[in-house]
Design a protein around this ligand. Structure first.
Ligand code: SF4
Length: 263
C-alpha cells in the first residue's frame, strides 16, 4: 500500500505506521496506546480431550498480559462506571466458541479490539428488496461516515443475513481472515473485490488524510441464510493496529504458534 499510494500526506502516514511496527517490535512496546478490549475466538477440535477450565484460563491470561506487557486497562462498567483495572469484567474477555469437525487440537485466537474502529461499526436491517445494491450502499455509506475516525487503513468485515446478532458476529469474525484471502464462493469473492475498489475510491486515505489506495487494506464478507422478511447487513471495522495472535494446542500439550514466533 505504501508503494502504491501517490498522495504525499497519506504516504507519510503509512510510512510512520510501518516504522512504528518496527520500533514496537524492537523495543517490546505496544504499537498503539489503545490496546483494545479483549476478545477470544476458541475453535475446539471435536476430538480435543479436555476443555474444562478454558474460561478461567483465558481470564487469567488477560490479567497477566495486562500486567506484564503492559496493556492499557480498558474494561469499564457501563452502568456505574469504573475501570476494573485488569481488562476483565462482566462478559469480558468475550469468548466466541466454534467446533472444528474431526480435529484433535484446540485453536485459540486473541483479538484485542481498539475502541476507535469499534465505534464506527454499524448494523442495518434492510428491506429484502434492497438486495445487494442496498448492501453495497450501506457499506460505502458506513465507511464515508466513518472517515478518518477508525484510523485507516482499515480492514472491513461484512456480515449479511441471519439476524441482527448473527450479521454482526459474522462481520467481526471476517477480520480473522488473512489479507488477500478471498471467499470460496466466486460471487462473494467478486463482491469483496468490488467493495474494496469502491471504498478506496472514496479518497479517505490513511488516517483520513486523503489517499488514492490507502482507505482499506481488504474487505471480507460472509453470509447466513435470512428470514424472508429481513435482510440484516453489518459492517465491522478493524484499524491499522490489527493485532491478533493464534496458537494451536495439541492433546500432548504441544503448542504451535500460527501467527508469530514464540517469544
Ligand atoms: S482505532 Fe486502532 S489505531 Fe486508532 S487508536 Fe484505536 S487501536 Fe489505535
Amino acid at each position: 500500500m505504501y508503494e502504491k499510494e501517490t498522495k504525499p500526506t497519506s504516504k507519510a502516514a503509512l510510512k510512520t505506521i510501518v516504522e512504528n511496527f518496527g520500533i514496537a517490535e524492537e523495543t517490546h512496546t505496544v504499537m498503539c496506546q489503545d490496546t483494545g478490549i479483549h476478545i477470544y475466538y476458541v475453535n475446539i477440535g471435536e476430538k480435543f480431550p479436555k476443555i474444562e477450565g478454558i474460561e478461567e484460563t483465558l481470564r487469567k491470561a488477560s490479567v497477566r498480559a495486562t500486567k506484564e506487557v503492559p496493556l492499557r486497562p480498558n474494561a469499564v462498567n457501563p452502568i456505574v462506571g469504573g475501570n476494573s483495572g485488569d481488562n476483565t469484567g462482566r462478559h469480558i474477555p468475550f469468548i466466541n466458541y466454534d467446533f472444528i469437525p474431526g480435529e484433535e487440537y484446540l485453536e485459540i485466537t486473541v483479538f484485542p479490539k481498539g475502541g476507535g474502529s469499534e465505534n464506527m461499526c454499524a448494523l442495518a436491517m434492510l428491506k429484502p428488496g434492497q438486495g445487494i445494491k442496498g448492501i453495497k450502499k450501506f457499506v460505502i455509506d458506513t465507511i464515508i461516515n466513518a472517515g478518518g475516525q477508525p484510523c485507516p487503513p482499515v480492514v472491513v468485515g461484512v456480515g449479511i443475513g441471519g439476524g441482527a446478532d448473527i450479521a454482526l458476529k459474522l462481520a467481526k469474525k471476517q477480520l480473522m481472515r488473512p489479507l488477500g484471502h478471498r471467499h470460496s464462493d466466486p460471487e462473494l469473492a467478486k463482491l469483496e473485490e468490488d467493495l474494496l475498489k469502491a471504498i478506496n475510491m472514496t479518497g479517505i486515505g490513511s488516517m483520513g488524510l486523503g489517499g488514492n489506495v490507502s482507505t482499506a487494506l481488504d474487505v471480507k464478507i460472509e453470509y447466513a441464510h435470512r428470514h424472508p422478511a429481513s435482510l440484516p447487513a453489518a459492517v465491522a471495522i478493524q484499524c491499522w493496529a490489527a493485532r491478533k495472535s493464534t496458537a494451536r494446542i495439541y492433546p500432548d500439550k504441544r503448542v504451535e504458534f500460527l501467527t508469530h514466533k514464540e517469544a
